[in-house]
Design a protein around this ligand. Sequence first.
Ligand code: PMP
Length: 469
Amino acid sequence: EYKDMSKERMMEIRRQNCNPMTMKVTYYKKPVYIHQGHMQWLWDVDGRRYLDLFAGVATVSVGHCHPKVTAAAEKQLRKLWHTTNIYVYSPLHEYTEKLAATLPDPLKVIYLTNSGSEANDLAMLMARLHTGNFDVITLRGSYHGGSPHTMGLTSNAAYKYPVTGLTSICLFSSQTMCPDVFAGPWGGSNCRDSPIQTIRDCSCPQGSCTANDKYIGQLNEVFATSVPSRIAAFFAEPIMGVGGAVQYPKNFLKDTYKLVRERGGVCIADEVQTGFGRTGSHFWGFQGHDVIPDMVTMAKGIANGFPMGAVVTTPEVAASFAKGVHFNTFGGNPVACAIASSVLDTMEEDGTQQISHNVGTYLLTELAKMRDKYEIIGDVRGKGLQIGVEMVKDKASRKPLPPAAMSEIFEDTKDMGVLIGKGGVYGQVREWRSIWTVYGQVMERRSIWTGTLKFPVCPVSQDLPASKP
Ligand code: PMP
């Protein structure tokens, strides 16, 4: 029988042989030592059960070790682990056909990768080759990856290196202001009052809200000051994930796409977090903004946590890219494809998107009640199972709740059996924002309860094992 290493031994190895950064990001004062997972639950090595509302950073999309997906992986593992995609094999074609069917025309050509960073790197390269332009624009506070090139897209000092020249290896990347109606300079209080909207309607009661115009004005400033009249691409998530589930004013993406296209650029939706039904109302986050991107990048939920990513684009962009040879050893791996294929089937059979909608709406509604009751909950936002809870000193100042108080709640939440994430890091730019990020996955409604300030906790459910399954 498999036995976990002792906690002490794991920590010793982690100190000596693992990326030292991982010591900083064990997240909790007392780390969580995971033994196994089943659907929305994780068990630690002592047999304690947690409701996983972090979902491996928005990655587990149909539940940990979902039996159907696990069975599909096992079946493929016995047949064929790997071959080069120079040969023609069924799992890749079954999957690409299925994935293409989830996207609107003309998004039909798929490139399989192994991570989100790789997908964004590839998308950037394709955009440059297709447009013949070089400049790329992203939103401040965004996260698009940790590879040298995507680090330049990522606009969050915490993920950069304080070494001259290495802060952004990706030259020709500029950032425009994130249209954040809670923490940004523009946006009505009205925006706060409607937490259950993908796209916050910034219209103030008398129709006087001009937040979107102001943020678009900032984009025009970037066009005027930082990039020449022609650009290669604009990258944005439909809801900004790592930045703290930031939702944009209505029409922001639509207006931006228009301006970018007028300057010869392509528009890229990073659906690494928002894709695969996470936002509940739509399968793809961009569908909530009434736009069709030229490229969609995806990873995380695509294979329920198995390493995989993809870029989906139009035949036109693909034709420009076909002028050179592009090859990826593991992209399209048969096991990854079998898993991803089974994830799509499972999403349909289990009604995962609907669950995201139902559970997410319930969670948002309950959290919004808490926001109204407690001075330190400044904002509750998001859509489906992509939720941000912005903690503040007080509602009037909207200044972040100090880190000590955040850590205490964070630790307590874990001790009560709920795992959540942190987002909204602004690094050196201004005070760090204090935002809980909540994702979750397939959950029965009864596993959530928001009765106290101590965040949604999970009462032991009658029909699921409290200790190891
Ligand atoms: N894009 C977004 C929106 C992400 O959240 C992430 C990962 N947090 C990435 C890209 C990079 O994905 P990966 O870690 O798989 O390279």
